[in-house]
Structure formats: C-alpha cells, structure tokens
Write a protein that binds this ligand. Structure first.
Ligand code: LLP
Length: 387
C-alpha cells in the first residue's frame, strides 16, 4: 500500500524504477533476526536475490552473513562489510578464478557441489598453502512443491551431490589434505510455503549427518539452505513471511547435536516485499476481444512473470484511490519485442489511461538483479523511501 504522498512523489519521477520501502525491509529483517536468534541459528543472506548496494548495507547492519554464488558476490559481500567468517560460497560451476578469490578472502565455507570440485579446490588451496573449509551440498531428493524451474533438490537437478556418490565424497575428503570438512549443505528450491516440505528436509538432514558420522567425519555445520516463500497475492496484509513457524520446524525436527551450528541461506523472504516495480502506461489498446495496457516496463526490468509464470499483484496507482466507476480486464504487457513480454493476462483494473502510474508488487527479490539490457534498454533505476 502506498500512501498519497508517495504516489504524488512518483508523479515527478521518470519511470520505470524500483521503489524500495526501507521500513518494510527493516521490519522483515527484524522479524527474521528475532525468530532465528531464539534458537541460535545463523542466517546468511542469499545475495543473488538482491544485491542493490543500499539493500546490502541494511542487511549487513543486522548482522546477517552472506550466501554467494559467484566470485563477484563474494567480493561485494566483503566490500559491504559482511565479515569473511560469515561468507559461504555455493554454485555448481565455480571457476578457478572464483575459487582463488574466495581462498584469498579466507571465507567461512565452500558449499561443494561435485566430487571433482572437491579435488579442484584442494589443488588450488594447496598451491596457496592454505586449507579450504568445505561443506558437501547433498541432493536430498525432496520435492519442494514449487515451480519446476525453481526446484533444485531432486535427483534430476544439476545441483548438489547425489546420495549414491557419498562413498566417493568420503574417499575424496580423506585424499585431500588441504580440505577441512565442516559439514553438510542442502537447498531444495525456492518460494516454498508448505512447512511439511521442510519437515521432510529435516529427516533427510538427520539421515545424512548420521551417515557422515558413521563414516568417521565430525559434522559441525548443518546448512539447510533457503527457500522460504512470500505471499505474492497479499503484499499488504501478509507482508512478512512466517519466520517463527519456519525456524520452529528446524528446532523441532532437526537432530542438532552438542557443538553443532545450524545455518540458513534466505533470500526472497528477506527482500521480496520491500520493493515494487513502478511504471507508466504508455498506450491503451482496446481490441474486440482484448484490452492491452502497454507499460514502459517489461521483461527487461522484471522477468519473473515471463520466466516462471510468477504472479505479482498489479495496481493502477493513479486511478485506484479515486472514484472507481468502471473496471475492465487488461492484458498488462511490456514494450519488448517478444510475445512473452506480458506481466499478466486479464487483470482486473479500473479504467486506465496513458500516463497512469502502475505498481507491480513484491518485486524486491529476483527483480532488479535479473534486469537485462535486451533491446538496448536503459538500466532500471532505484528510488528509496526515507526510512
Ligand atoms: N541457497 C542456494 C544454494 C540457492 O541456490 C538459493 C536460491 C538460495 C539459497 C536462496 O533461496 P531463496 O531463499 O531466495 O528462495 N530467480 C528465481 C529464484 C531462483 C533461486 C535460486 N537459488 C525466482 O525469481 O523465483
């Protein structure tokens, strides 16, 4: 919900832009921090969700660690003050350059995704006379019940190491003197709202840690990854994800042994509701069967609807607050020369006009960071609330 002053402010700003509500961001971070601190859990912010510098600075100020998936993310995390002892580095395709950068930075842990990668990290660490701390990313074959493009924990996915390869992992760990085994890592997918899924994950984590201990490895770190979803349908009435229930599942179902640390890598749930994509109607096309609202923002600014059939609330801020005497259904589309450049079909909106300001809500995660320069578009700008 935007207050009238904010809507008035939007009138004088060139669109499209991302609008960040720093108050929502802070409240979300506070809620997550309070819920995780209860159990002494460690939360790393998954930077891939949003690495806008102002957003990173605020998240860092709350004391969260960083979960990175590229050398540049590792660099940015450290530059923004996330302590190197709180940086984890995942990814199926870490390049030698990226591994070397992370070794030089002395990060907390590499989340390793293949047996071959273990040997490469060992060799690179040896060349530097260093020991790399590693966690094994295990593919637990748990169905996340989310969109198949953002499911990562099934045997058929490219991520992680499958359980039938664990003997090779154990052998590699024994053969690699420049690796220090810290623990096990999981990430089963994103936008998960069903807590039962996390219960299944806990069961698998318990089995896996027993396996490692039975084979002579001490498991110090249990990293459950991220994935907690947000309510894309009700950004104003259900703004903050249920961190309490989420962490409680792990408290209740994870078999945490003395001296063990439990880590998480949350992205979306920390930032999604804090931003909206703000654009203007360029043209209204009334057809015989369809009405189109053609916006000045498209898949180059927010690709989620086009890539994952993702739902985002769409509001006309210029008409919504005034008299609503006629509602219509519009296909809300962007200006890009692609048929898929459509935010949503048959959106109920008040009668809309050229110049109306449109908000696409819940765009703070995987929004600005996935923007592209396709069609040689200008880079989307960011605007921030005062708080
Ligand atoms: N940890 C790992 C290893 C990951 O791969 C991811 C996300 C996360 C943590 C954070 O997950 P989250 O808490 O944000 O669900 N672009 C897609 C989502 C891709 C997620 C990739 N990995 C979207 O817009 O829905």
């Amino acid at each position: 919900m935007f207050n009238p002053d904010t809507v008035t402010r939007f009138q004088s700003i060139e669109t499209p832009f991302y609008y960040y509500d720093m108050g929502v961001l802070r409240q979300t971070l506070e809620a997550c921090q309070a819920a995780s601190a209860k159990y002494g859990f460690h939360v790393h912010y998954a930077m891939k969700a949003n690495f806008n510098p102002k957003v990173l600075d605020i998240i860092q100020s709350f004391g969260f660690g960083a979960d990175c998936v590229s050398g540049n993310e590792v660099k940015a995390a450290i530059e923004h003050g996330f302590g190197k002892q709180n940086v984890v580095f995942a990814g199926v395709g870490k390049s030698d350059k990226e591994i070397n950068l992370a070794l030089d930075a002395d990060i907390f842990c590499f989340n390793v995704e293949s047996v071959q990668e273990l040997h490469i990290i060992n060799d690179l660490a040896k060349a530097k006379n260093k020991t790399a701390k590693v966690a094994i990313r295990i593919n637990p074959n748990v169905d996340a019940h989310t969109h198949h493009f953002i499911t990562t924990g099934l045997d058929e996915n490219k991520f992680g190491i499958n359980t039938w390869q664990l003997h090779d992992v154990a052998e590699a760990l024994r053969a690699c003197p420049n690796l220090q085994f810290l623990g096990i890592h999981f990430h089963i997918g994103s936008q998960i709202t069903d807590m039962e899924v996390y219960k299944s994950l806990c069961t698998r984590i318990n089995e896996m840690q027993d396996w490692f201990e039975d084979h002579g490895f001490q498991v110090k770190v249990l990293n459950a990854g991220g994935g907690l979803g947000v309510d894309y349908h009700n950004p104003d009435t259900n703004t903050i994800s249920d961190f309490e229930s989420y962490f409680k599942v792990f408290k209740d179902f994870l078999n945490v042994k003395p001296g063990q640390e439990v880590h998480f890598e949350l992205g979306r749930a920390l930032v999604a509701q804090s931003a909206s994509l703000i654009s203007r109607v360029l043209y209204v096309k009334n057809g015989q069967k369809k009405n189109f609202l053609i916006l000045d923002a498209g898949m180059t600014e927010l690709i989620r609807p086009m890539l994952y059939q993702a739902y985002h609330v769409i509001e006309n801020l210029s008409q919504e607050s005034g008299a609503r005497n006629q509602d219509l259904k519009y296909d809300v589309v962007g200006p890009i020369c692609e048929s898929t450049d459509c935010f949503r079909k048959d959106v109920d909106l008040p009668l809309s006009f050229r110049g109306d300001v449109i908000a696409v809500r819940t765009a703070g995660a995987y929004g600005e960071v996935m923007a592209s320069g396709y069609n040689l578009r200008d880079r989307v700008q960011s605007v921030y609330s005062a708080l």
